[in-house]
Design a protein around this ligand. Structure first.
Ligand SMILES: [Zn+2]
Length: 262
């Protein structure tokens, strides 16, 4: 059963060795991550599933990594210090893939190294769970409804496996919030972030699925599809959404949202 669900950002600036003095600008996000870490630990997971936008960006198929050992480092960001390794639950990953094949394209992959969209949440959330297995999932450039369906199928397999499972959806909101945002500025960026936050906290999942596609493309986000898989997994459950933090000091929206499972 699903015992924990959250939506978290993955700014490389959150990596202490990378962010350095800029870490202070993400104080609220880091505090929220610490709260989540406690909640995750208390949920006693057998397994943690992480959904990331950056495992196979732009692919027209979902992915599940089947490499038995998954290495985490941030050397692409100049951090040669941070190194972690996790065991992969390849059995359940395979079951999930098999159950999805009739509905949409999905591929097994074999990447030894985790992408930073998976790595940043694991760095913050697994401190006291170093031996807990993980599954690394990548979303696809496919319709939103496929992401919801994927989440539903993941939950079904979790329940069949009779394990306590945490699901973490990794993603940032708009990348175009400030005039000096690296991705450029959009005057609809703020509208996108505030709309997502409001709909999440009012539990209006159907309105998120049907969100104006023009608004989404204007916003330049990477988190919506991760979030949709998570919502697909928990939408039939009894849960309480709670915004733990929202910050955008570098022109990118970082939301930490917990979905407390009742
Ligand atoms: Zn991203």
């Amino acid at each position: 059963m699903i015992t924990f669900a959250s939506f978290v950002p993955h700014s490389p600036i959150l990596i202490p060795e990378v962010g350095k003095e800029n870490l202070a600008k993400l104080k609220e996000t880091i505090e929220a991550y610490k709260d989540l870490e406690h909640a995750l630990y208390s949920s006693k997971p057998d397994l943690v599933i992480v959904i990331s936008p950056h495992t196979n960006k732009g692919a027209e198929f979902f992915t599940i990594n089947q490499q038995p050992k998954l290495k985490l480092n941030f050397k692409n960001f100049g951090d040669l210090v941070t190194k972690l390794e996790f065991d992969n639950d390849i059995g359940l990953g395979y079951q999930i893939k098999e159950s999805c094949e009739d509905y949409f394209p999905i591929m097994l992959t074999s990447n030894k190294e985790l992408d930073y969209g998976t790595g940043v949440p694991l760095l913050y959330l697994m401190e006291h769970l170093p031996n807990t297995k993980i599954i690394s999932i990548g979303y696809a450039d496919l319709p939103y409804q496929d992401h919801i369906k994927f989440g539903e199928l993941i939950r079904k397999q979790i329940n069949l496996a009779d394990k306590r499972v945490a699901i973490i959806a990794s993603g940032d909101l708009s990348h175009k919030l400030h005039k000096d945002s690296p991705a450029g500025y959009s005057d609809r960026a703020q509208e996108f972030d505030q709309t997502i936050i409001k709909l999440l906290n009012n539990n209006q999942i159907d309105d998120i699925i049907n969100i104006d596609k023009k608004l989404v493309s204007e916003a330049g986000e990477c988190g919506l599809r991760s979030l949709l898989i998570l919502l697909g997994a928990i939408k039939e459950m009894n849960y309480q959404p709670e915004k733990l933090s929202y910050q955008a000091p570098f022109g990118i929206g970082y939301l930490v949202e917990n979905f407390e499972i009742k």
